[in-house]
Structure formats: C-alpha cells, structure tokens
Write a new protein. Structure first.
Ligand SMILES: *[C@@H]1O[C@H](CO)[C@@H](O)[C@H](O)[C@H]1NC(C)=O
Ligand SMILES: *[C@@H]1O[C@H](CO)[C@@H](O)[C@H](O)[C@H]1NC(C)=O
Ligand SMILES: *[C@@H]1O[C@H](CO)[C@@H](O)[C@H](O)[C@H]1NC(C)=O
Ligand SMILES: *[C@@H]1O[C@H](CO)[C@@H](O)[C@H](O)[C@H]1NC(C)=O
Ligand SMILES: *[C@@H]1O[C@H](CO)[C@@H](O)[C@H](O)[C@H]1NC(C)=O
Length: 434
C-alpha cells in the first residue's frame, strides 16, 4: 500500500517534470539582425518548416506580416493552408477566398483565404495564400539566447518569386513587425502569453549583428547595460488610412507613426509648415519609423528648411560645404569636423515630440554618412513635394539606438544613441548559455 503510494507519487512527479519541460514558457525571444552592405537592408534569419530550414528575410518594422516565396524550393511536411472561413482567416482580417488552378503545392491550394504580400522596398504588392508552418526561435532572458522554442502553426503569406525583386541576395521574403495580429510581435506574444512588446536595435556595421527582442525587457548589452531601464517614451500614433502598396478601403496603416511637433537644429527651432507634421483624414502627412528606407526622407519644404538651418549652423562651427554626392543634397569636408563619442561633431537635430522636454536628439553618428575619405554628407534625402508621409525616419538614423514598441499601450520607448553609454547595438551577447 505504502509502496504503491510512493510509486504513484513518483510517477506523478515524473509526469509533472516532463510536462514542465514541454510547457517551458519563454518571457522573451531574440533574433539577430545584420545589415546588407549592397542594399543597406536589415536582414534577419528565422528557422521554418519541417525539416527546419534557416530562411533570410528583410526586416520591415511596419510590415503587415511574414511573407515568403513559396514558389521556389518550399519543401515542408508541416505546411498547412488556412481554410476559408477559419479563425486564422479572421485573425488575419482576410477578405478573399479562392481556389488555385493547378496541382496543389505550397502557395497553391483550394479553399484558402488570401492576403496581399507587399514588397515595401519596391512598393509592389500581389496576392498570396494565407498559410501556417512551424517556426522555431531562440528564447532569451534578455542577456543571452536561451533554449529554442517552437510555434507549430505560425501564420504567414505565400508570395510568388517575382516579389523578391529589389531585396538583398539570398533573401526569401520579408518579416513584418507592424501593428497587426499576425505580424511577428503579436503572434509570438500570443503563442507564449508574454507582453505585446518588441524592441529593435540595428547595427551600423555590415559585419556584426544587431538584435530584435520580442517581449519586455531586460534588454542587456555588453558590458551588462540594461537599455530597457532608461528609455524616453512617446505615444505611437495610428494612421487611420493604410500606407501599404495595395489595400482595401477602411484599412488602417500597420506602420508606426510618432508625433513630431517641431524640429530643432543646435537647439534652435526650424520654421516648418506644421500642417505637414500631422496626419490628415486621408492618411497623408505625419512621421513614421521605417527600416526599409536606408536614410530619413523629408517632404521637400521640410527638407529645405532643415538643411538650410543645418548648413548655417555647420558654417558657424567652421565646417566647409563641398559638392553634394547623391542621394544626398548636403555634404561637407570632413577636414574641419572633429570626432566625438557620438560621431562627427556637427549640429544636433532634435525631433521634438509631445512636449518641449521630450525629444529624440540625433547626433553625428546618426546624422552623417561618410561617402569618401574626406566627405561627410547629411544623411537625409528630399522626398519631393507630395509624399504620403512627410517624415520617414530611416535606418541610418535608427542605428545604435534601441526602440521599444509597446503594442498594448501604443507607446514607443527610445534610448537615443547607445554610443553615449559606451555600448552599441552589436553588443548583445549571442553566446548561448542554454
Ligand atoms: C481545385 O479543385 C479543382 C476542382 O475540383 C481541381 O481541378 C484542382 O486540381 C484543385 N486544385 C488544387 C490546388 O487542389
Ligand atoms: C502647409 O501644408 C499644407 C498641406 O500640404 C498646405 O495645404 C498648405 O498650403 C501649406 N501652408 C503653407 C503656408 O505653405
Ligand atoms: C579647416 O581646415 C583647413 C585645412 O585642414 C584649415 O586650414 C582651416 O584653418 C580650418 N578652418 C577652420 C575654420 O577650422
Ligand atoms: C512631457 O512628457 C512626458 C512624457 O509624456 C511627461 O512625463 C512630462 O511630465 C512632460 N513634461 C512637461 C513639461 O509637460
Ligand atoms: C557571454 O555569455 C556567455 C554565456 O553566458 C558568458 O560565458 C560570457 O562570459 C559572456 N561574454 C561576455 C563578454 O560577458
């Protein structure tokens, strides 16, 4: 009697240990991000399919979802299309449903719902089937990668091979981190019941790795600096009109907008048409964050005002202007520019947010681009006179800054330059301690 009790409690113990292992629930996940030297796109790698393959993807912070080329080399025994009318189709807000007129294969199945995968680099969209497959990814405690976890039915959209045009070589799709239920941050948060937060930290180097965290902090960079504990916060703004290359009426943008109220150069306000800084009823105007634009793009009147103020301040600092080098319009001789911990000593650019004491200060490392040995250009390009979005904060301006997106509270946390804290976005310790 007693021994059978001991035996059954031992069995119970064994059962609960094995369940605990199966149900290990990560608090956060981590992905590496590299910068492609020829396209300046930011790339990540995800393991997908059965058997697992490492796939390279362009990171699109405002993108709607993961899309992948299913026409070439997609082999998987766990591929599972989303049937018309299923919960997956409504989660994805799919409005189309259809058949495929050839032999079934990944990307071509009957009775599946569809979405519009969007190459946001070339602004090309097409239709593709919504589907699911296994994805595996490393968990993290915020300091190192931990054990690998699996999402058995991760939703994504299939695209034809031509949609890859304009993307870095070796890439098979785009990883959208935007504000939808099926973008990577929300799917991972739902799969493991953690906070709907994620952070990106892009590296300026084409030879080392930056990092994306899914989940809340800590976000620790060597030498043991938790960036999540000292962020500045500003509301994320919803643009009510889609900014995708193709969309249906009534869809909101999945991109992240912030409320830039004014711009200062060397702490002096630049006079701007403030109408352009807000988003109007047709979704035009405002300021968004983009990882697919390598440099910040400004509507032409804003570009003109900002560059004129910058040139004037630079000149009063003894910096000499030289001929412009495309795509930039404003370049300087580097001879008279000294260097600081946060890059070349040039005028600071402040994006002033909800109040005068909340601003995103851009220092030389993020404002200037070295185009040759002795020429530095202001890394901002002219977006013409009628762009959809007035200011697009691009990759160069995001590098070595950590940005945390909190989807539940609709809030952006930003670190400003990590160079001040003697670390960079390539200082996450990717050595696994699992
Ligand atoms: C879809 O159904 C049609 C009609 O039953 C069939 O001819 C076709 O092969 C099917 N296609 C796929 C991809 O299953
Ligand atoms: C400011 O921009 C808006 C939107 O483009 C435009 O309608 C208006 O004329 C501009 N105002 C001035 C003073 O240029
Ligand atoms: C700029 O650099 C040149 C050459 O290095 C030097 O002769 C000149 O004095 C410098 N000008 C200023 C204003 O620092
Ligand atoms: C500015 O905004 C921040 C964050 O929203 C807030 O904490 C702070 O009190 C505000 N400061 C002023 C002077 O209004
Ligand atoms: C990186 O993490 C590993 C595993 O925890 C640890 O052994 C190593 O000392 C860390 N590297 C540094 C430079 O702290």
């Amino acid at each position: 009697m007693a021994s059978s009790l001991i035996l059954s409690s031992l069995l119970l113990f064994l059962v609960s240990v094995s369940q605990a292992q199966q149900s290990f629930r990560p608090k956060a996940l981590v992905l590496p991000v590299t910068k492609d030297a020829s396209t300046l796109q930011y790339l990540t790698q995800l393991n997908q399919r059965t058997p697992l393959v490492a796939i390279n993807l362009v990171v699109d912070v405002g993108g709607q979802f993961l899309w992948v080329d299913c026409d070439q080399g997609y082999v998987s025994s766990s591929y599972l299309p989303a049937r018309c009318g299923s919960a997956q189709c409504s989660l994805a807000k799919s409005t189309s449903c259809g058949d495929c007129n050839s032999a079934p294969r990944p990307g071509c199945n009957n009775n599946t719902c569809g979405l519009l995968p969007d190459n946001t680099v070339t602004n090309t969209a097409t239709s593709g089937e919504l589907t699911q497959d296994v994805v595996s990814i490393q968990s993290t405690d915020g300091k190192n990668p931990g054990r690998v976890v699996t999402v058995p039915r991760f939703l994504f959209t299939c695209a034809p091979t031509f949609l890859l045009e304009g993307l870095a070589s070796g890439v098979v799709g785009m990883a959208g981190l935007g504000r939808t239920r099926i973008a990577l941050p929300s799917q991972f948060a739902a799969a493991f019941s953690f906070h709907r937060k994620f952070a990106i930290c892009l590296t300026s180097s084409t030879t080392s790795k930056g990092v994306i965290f899914f989940g809340g902090g800590p976000y620790v960079m060597l030498p043991n600096i938790d960036i999540s504990s000292s962020l500045i916060y500003t509301p994320l703004i919803l643009n009510p009109v889609s900014t995708a290359s193709a969309f249906s009426q009534g869809e909101a943008s999945t991109e992240y907008f912030i409320g830039v109220k004014s711009i200062k150069i060397n702490e002096k306000a630049v006079s701007l048409n403030s109408t352009l800084l807000s988003i109007d009823n047709s979704g035009v105007g405002g300021t968004k964050i983009s990882t697919v634009n390598p440099y910040t793009v400004m509507e032409s009147s804003i570009y003109k005002a900002v560059t004129e103020a910058f040139i004037q301040e630079a000149s009063s600092m003894g910096i000499t202007r030289v001929a412009a080098v495309a795509p930039f319009g404003v370049c300087f001789s580097s001879k008279n520019i000294s260097s600081t911990r946060v890059g070349p000593a040039v005028p600071t650019i402040d994006l002033v947010l909800q109040n005068q004491s909340t601003f995103w200060r851009i220092f030389g490392a993020n404002s200037m681009v070295q185009v040759s040995n002795d020429v530095l250009c202001l890394g901002i390009v002219n977006g013409g006179s009628n762009p959809r979005t007035s200011i697009v904060i691009g990759g160069h301006q995001l590098e070595d800054n950590l940005l945390q997106f909190d989807l539940a509270t609709s809030r952006l946390g930003f670190s400003s330059s990590l160079l001040f804290r003697q670390t960079t976005c390539s200082n996450f310790n990717f050595t696994s301690n699992a």
